[in-house]
Design a protein around this ligand. Structure first.
Ligand code: PEP
Ligand code: MG
Length: 907
C-alpha cells in the first residue's frame, strides 16, 4: 500500500530532508529538524502524490489515505497527550501547504483548526486565558471562511470584496467605534462579540454555516490546501518561475503552538545570515503576542530580533534578544546547528509559547546577488562548503546586480509601477526626461541624470543615448538598436514600453492618464523592465572585494572561452577588465555612431550618396585613415588577444541623414541640390532592409568598400607589429549565404594582404579569415563555408530572425502575446531556441568541422551573454561565446557552471 502520510515526532520521525519531492519543502525540513532534536511541534505531512491523486480525481482521496490519516492523528494525540475535539483537553492543529520549491504566499494555510463551541470552554479552562482563545477563534473563522469556504469552492469575490476583506472591515469598524488602535487592545468580550459577528456574516455571504465540527474543519482545511495548488496566484507564480504543474503540494498538519498567548509569547521569521548583504549576522523580525500571519501580512510592524541588526528607523523598539534572552539564545544556537547541518543560509519561522521556543519551518533562504556571492565565499572560508558548491551557489544572472547600480529593492517594493517594457539594459537609473537626443545632451549639461525617451532609437540618437543615464523607448525588441547599444554600454534601458504615447514636438508624453513633461523625473529598473514615477533610491553595487577571487575560482573550472562584443578602445578596456579573452565582434559600423564621429559619418554619407564611381572612390579613400585608426586603437588595447573585425554590415539607409540641416550640408559638400540628395536617400529605402542590401552584399556591390576596410585592418596590424605589439586580427564577413561570396571577398583580402605586407616590408601579416553563420542556408552549407573560413561565428540575432521569420525589430509587437498564450516558452531573441536555431548550430558545427577539424567556432549574437544559451553553446562544442562587456562575468560563470555540470554527469 502506498504511504501517503508521514509523521514527525523527535526520534520517531518517518521522513527526512531528502524526501523534498514527496513531502514538499516544509514537510521534509520539519522532519529533518525533528530528527536533529530541534524543538518542533509534532505532526504529520500528507504527500504531494496524495495531492495529485486528489486533484486528478476531482476531489477524492486515494485508497488507504483515510486510515493513514486516522492513525497519524491518533499518534499525534498520544504524543501531545491531548485529543482532537476533546472538550477537556482539546488538540488544535495547523494545516499548511508546502511545495517542492518554495512559492511564498502563493498557497494557503489554516491555523487553530479544532476550535468549536465544545472545545472553546475546555481550552479556556486549561489555559485560564479566554482572551487568547477568542483571539484564536476569530482568526480561525476568518482564515477558514476565506480559504476553505470561498477560495477552495471557486467562489469569485465581487469587486475583490471577498469574505476576508468583509471580515477585516467588520474588525476595523469595531475598533473604530471602541476607539482602539491595535488588535492587542481588544478585550475578551470584544473578541467574543467579533466571533459572533464573523460567523453571522459568513453564513449570510457564503450561504453556509461555519462548521462547528473539528473533523469537518480538518477535512475542509486539508482539501482546501490541496486545491490552493491550482489557485490563481499559485498558477501564475508557477508560470513565471517555470515550476511544473504536476509537482503538487504537500499538507503539513501540526500541533498548534501559540504565539498569541500573551506577552511571554511571540512569533517571528529570521534568516541565518543577512539575505540582502550576505553578512554573517543573524537577521530577523518578531512580534510579541501574535500569530505567524501577522508578521507576513504586514498588519503590525515587527521588531528586529537582536540589537546588532537594528537600524536608525527602529532603534527605539525592543528586540527579542532583550525581551526574552533565553529563548533568543536558544534560537541563536539552533541557527548554528541548522547552518552546520544544511551548509546553507536558511530562512526560518519560529513561535514562542510562554517563553518556550518552537521551530515551525526552515528552508533555503532567497537572497540577492551580492549576498549569494558573499555567503558562498565566506562559507568556503569557514570550511562549510567546497569550491564547486560555492561556484554553483551564485546564479550567473545574479552577477548583474554587482555590475550596475540598482534600484533599492526596498523602495521598489513600496513603489507603484507606472508601466512596463522589455528589460533591455541592466541596472537602474533615474533622471529628468528628455524627448530628443539634442535635448538629452543639453539637459545633461546642467543635470547629471537624464532619461532619454524615444519612440524608438536610431543611430542619430547616439549622442543623447550616451549623455543619458537611462533610455526608454515605446517600440522595439531586445535586439533593437537601443537595446544593443545600451547593453553594450552597460546602460539601463527599457524598450517596447507600448503604453507610452510620446509627443516629441511638444516635449511631453502620456502614460495612461498621466502626462510627463521635459524635466520631470522618472526611475527605470532596466533589469526588470519597470518604470516608476519620481526618483527611487539607487544602491551602489560597486564590486565586492570577493568578486575577483570568486571569478578567478570559477574560471579554473571553465573550459570555453569568453570574448566581448566591443567596438571602441574604451569598450575593449572595460571588457578586458571584466575578463574578456579577446573580441568576438567588432562592429565596424559603430565607429560612425560614437561621440565625435561626425566627420567620419559625413564621409560615409558621401560614399553612400555619391552617384559616380569617381565620387565614391575619392570618399572611400578619405575614410580609410579614420577606420584604420579606430581598428588600431582596439587591436592595441587587446594586444596579444584575438580581435574579430567584421566588415560593414547594416543597410545603407541607416546612415543617410534624416534632418534637413544635415541633408543641406551634404548637398553642399557633394555639389548637388537638396532635392537630389532627398531623391538619393529615398532610393536607398528598402521595404525589407534586414533582408536587403546589407552585409557581404554591400562588399560585393562596392568592392572598393571591402578593399578599404581590409586595407585599414592590415595597415593597422602592420604598424602595430612593427612597433613590437602582437595584434591578432580576424576578418569576419557578415550575412553570407553561399561560399562563392567568400571566394569573392577572400580574393580581395589575399591581394590586399600581400600589398600591405610588401609596403611595410613584412614577410606576412598574420590574420584569420572567417564568416558569420547567421542565415540558415549558410548553416546548412557549413561544410562548404568552412573550405574558405578558418572560423565561424554564429550571429544568432539574425539566425533567430531568419529561422523563425520574426523581424528582430518588430517582434516586440506580438512576442508578449505569444509568451502569454504559451505558444512560445521564452523569447527566442533572448534565450537561444535549442530546437530550431540550436539544431542549425549543431548541423553547422558538425559539417564545418568535417571539412576543417580545427575550425574555431564562436557565437556573437546577443545570446552569448544569456546563461541558458551559454550552456547550450558549451554542449554544442563551441570554442567561445562573445557578449557585451558588462555581461562577460555572467558568461564566464555560466560557462563554468556548464563545465562543472558536464563533469558531474560524467561521474
Ligand atoms: C547577429 O546577427 O547575431 C549579429 C551578431 O549581428 P548583428 O546583430 O550586428 O546583425
Ligand atoms: Mg547579424
Amino acid at each position: 500500500m502506498e504511504k501517503y502520510v508521514y509523521s514527525f515526532n523527535g526520534e520517531k520521525t518517518e521522513g527526512n530532508a531528502s524526501l523534498m519531492n514527496l513531502l514538499g519543502g516544509k514537510g521534509a525540513n520539519l522532519a529533518e529538524m525533528a530528527r536533529l532534536g530541534i524543538p518542533v511541534p509534532p505532526g504529520f505531512t500528507i504527500t504531494t502524490e496524495c495531492c495529485n491523486a486528489f486533484l486528478q480525481s476531482g476531489g477524492s482521496y486515494p485508497k488507504g489515505y483515510e486510515d493513514q490519516l486516522e492513525e497519524a492523528l491518533s499518534r499525534l494525540e498520544a504524543n501531545m497527550e491531548l485529543a482532537f475535539g476533546d472538550p477537556e483537553n482539546p488538540l488544535l492543529v495547523s494545516c499548511r501547504s508546502g511545495g517542492r520549491q518554495s512559492m511564498p504566499g502563493m498557497m494557503e494555510t489554516v491555523l487553530n483548526v479544532g476550535l468549536t463551541s465544545e472545545t472553546i470552554p475546555g481550552l479556556i479552562k486549561k489555559t485560564g486565558n479566554p482572551r487568547f482563545v477568542y483571539d484564536s477563534y476569530r482568526r480561525l473563522i476568518m482564515m477558514y471562511a476565506d480559504v476553505v469556504m470561498e477560495k477552495a469552492e471557486g467562489i469569485e469575490a465581487v469587486n475583490g470584496n471577498g469574505i476576508r476583506n468583509q471580515l477585516e472591515k467588520i474588525l476595523a469598524a469595531f475598533k473604530e467605534t471602541r476607539n482602539l488602535q491595535n488588535d492587542a487592545d481588544l478585550t475578551e468580550d470584544d473578541l467574543k462579540t467579533l466571533c459572533g459577528l464573523f460567523t453571522e456574516r459568513v453564513a449570510t455571504v457564503l450561504g453556509e454555516e461555519f462548521p462547528d465540527s473539528p473533523v469537518a474543519q480538518l477535512e475542509g482545511a486539508i482539501g482546501a490546501v490541496f486545491k490552493s495548488w491550482n489557485g490563481k496566484r499559485a498558477r501564475s507564480y508557477r508560470r513565471i518561475e517555470q515550476i511544473p504543474d504536476k509537482w503538487g503540494t504537500g499538507v503539513t498538519v501540526q500541533a498548534m503552538v501559540f504565539g498569541n498567548m500573551g506577552n511571554t509569547s511571540a512569533t517571528g521569521v529570521a534568516f541565518t545570515r543577512n539575505p540582502a548583504t550576505g553578512e554573517n549576522t543573524f537577521f530577523g523580525e518578531w512580534l510579541a503576542n501574535a500569530q505567524g500571519e501577522d508578521v507576513v501580512a504586514g498588519l503590525r510592524t515587527p521588531a528586529p530580533i537582536n540589537d546588532a541588526t537594528k537600524r536608525e528607523t527602529n532603534k527605539g523598539v525592543k528586540s527579542l534578544e532583550a525581551t526574552m534572552p533565553s529563548a533568543y539564545q536558544e534560537l541563536e544556537s539552533i541557527r548554528t546547528t541548522l547552518e552546520r547541518h544544511y551548509r546553507e543560509m536558511l530562512d526560518i519561522e519560529f513561535t514562542i509559547e510562554n517563553e518556550r521556543l518552537y521551530m515551525l519551518q526552515c528552508r533555503v533562504g532567497k537572497r540577492t546577488g551580492t549576498a549569494s556571492l558573499v555567503m558562498a565565499m565566506e562559507m568556503l572560508e569557514e570550511g562549510l562548503i567546497d569550491e564547486i558548491t560555492a561556484i554553483k551557489r551564485v546564479k550567473p544572472h545574479q552577477l548583474n546586480e554587482l555590475l550596475h547600480p540598482i534600484v533599492d529593492p526596498d523602495e521598489e517594493s513600496r513603489a507603484q509601477c507606472l508601466t512596463e517594457g522589455l528589460p533591455a539594459g541592466p541596472g537602474g537609473a533615474f533622471g529628468h526626461l528628455a524627448f530628443t537626443s539634442d535635448d538629452a545632451v543639453k539637459l545633461a549639461k546642467t543635470h547629471p541624470n537624464v532619461i532619454l525617451v524615444r519612440e524608438e532609437t536610431n543611430p542619430e540618437d547616439i549622442e543623447g543615448m550616451r549623455a543619458a543615464s537611462g533610455i526608454l523607448t515605446a517600440r522595439g525588441g531586445m535586439t533593437s538598436h537601443a537595446a544593443l547599444v545600451a547593453r553594450g554600454w552597460g546602460k539601463c534601458c527599457i524598450v517596447g514600453a507600448g503604453d507610452i504615447a510620446i509627443h516629441p514636438s511638444m516635449k511631453k508624453m502620456q502614460i495612461g492618464d498621466k502626462t510627463f513633461n521635459q524635466g520631470d523625473i522618472l526611475t527605470l529598473n532596466g533589469t526588470r523592465g519597470r518604470v516608476y514615477e519620481g526618483k527611487l533610491k539607487m544602491v551602489d553595487a560597486t564590486e565586492d572585494s570577493r568578486f575577483q577571487s570568486f571569478m578567478k575560482m570559477a574560471d579554473a573550472y571553465r573550459t570555453m572561452g569568453v570574448r566581448a562584443n566591443a567596438d571602441t578602445r574604451e569598450d575593449a578596456l572595460v571588457a578586458k577588465n571584466y575578463g574578456a579573452e579577446g573580441i568576438g565582434l567588432f562592429r565596424t559600423e559603430h565607429m560612425f555612431y560614437s561621440a565625435g564621429a561626425d566627420d567620419r559619418l559625413f564621409i560615409l554619407r558621401k560614399i553612400i550618396l555619391s552617384d559616380t564611381e569617381g565620387e565614391r572612390k575619392a570618399a572611400v579613400r578619405e575614410l580609410e585613415p579614420f577606420v584604420k585608426e579606430e581598428i588600431k586603437e582596439t587591436l592595441k588595447a587587446m594586444d596579444g588577444m584575438p580581435v574579430t573585425i567584421r566588415a560593414l554590415d547594416p543597410p545603407l539607409h541607416e546612415f543617410v541623414p534624416h534632418s534637413r540641416a544635415k541633408q543641406v550640408e551634404l548637398a553642399e559638400a557633394l555639389g548637388v541640390d537638396l532635392n537630389e540628395i532627398k531623391r538619393r536617400c529615398e532610393t536607398l529605402q528598402e521595404s525589407n532592409p534586414m533582408m536587403g542590401h546589407r552585409g557581404v552584399r554591400l562588399g560585393i556591390s562596392f568592392p572598393d568598400l571591402t578593399e578599404m576596410q581590409v586595407k585599414a585592418v592590415f595597415e593597422a596590424t602592420a604598424e602595430l607589429a612593427k612597433n613590437g605589439h602582437h595584434p591578432q586580427p580576424e576578418i569576419m564577413i557578415p550575412v553570407t549565404c553561399d561560399v562563392e561570396e567568400l571566394v569573392f571577398v577572400r580574393k580581395i583580402v589575399n591581394r590586399v594582404c600581400e600589398e600591405v605586407a610588401r609596403q611595410y616590408g613584412l614577410a606576412a601579416i598574420v590574420h584569420k579569415f572567417g564568416t558569420m553563420i547567421e542565415i540558415p542556408r549558410s548553416a546548412l552549407r557549413a561544410h562548404q563555408m568552412a573550405e574558405l573560413s578558418e572560423f565561424f561565428s554564429f550571429g544568432t540575432n539574425d539566425l533567430t530572425q531568419l529561422t523563425y521569420g520574426f523581424s528582430r525589430d518588430d517582434a516586440g509587437e506580438f512576442l508578449p502575446t505569444y509568451l502569454e498564450k504559451k505558444i512560445l516558452s521564452a523569447d527566442p531573441f533572448q534565450t537561444l531556441d535549442p530546437l530550431g536555431v540550436g539544431e542549425l548550430i549543431k548541423i553547422a558545427v558538425e559539417r564545418g568541422r568535417e571539412t576543417r577539424p580545427d575550425l574555431k567556432i564562436g557565437i556573437c549574437g546577443e545570446h552569448g551573454g544569456d546563461p541558458a544559451s551559454v550552456r547550450f553553446c558549451f554542449k554544442a562544442g563551441l570554442d567561445y561565446v562573445s557578449c557585451s562587456p558588462y555581461r562577460i562575468p555572467i558568461a564566464r560563470l555560466a560557462a563554468a557552471h556548464a563545465a562543472i555540470e558536464a563533469s558531474e554527469t560524467k561521474k
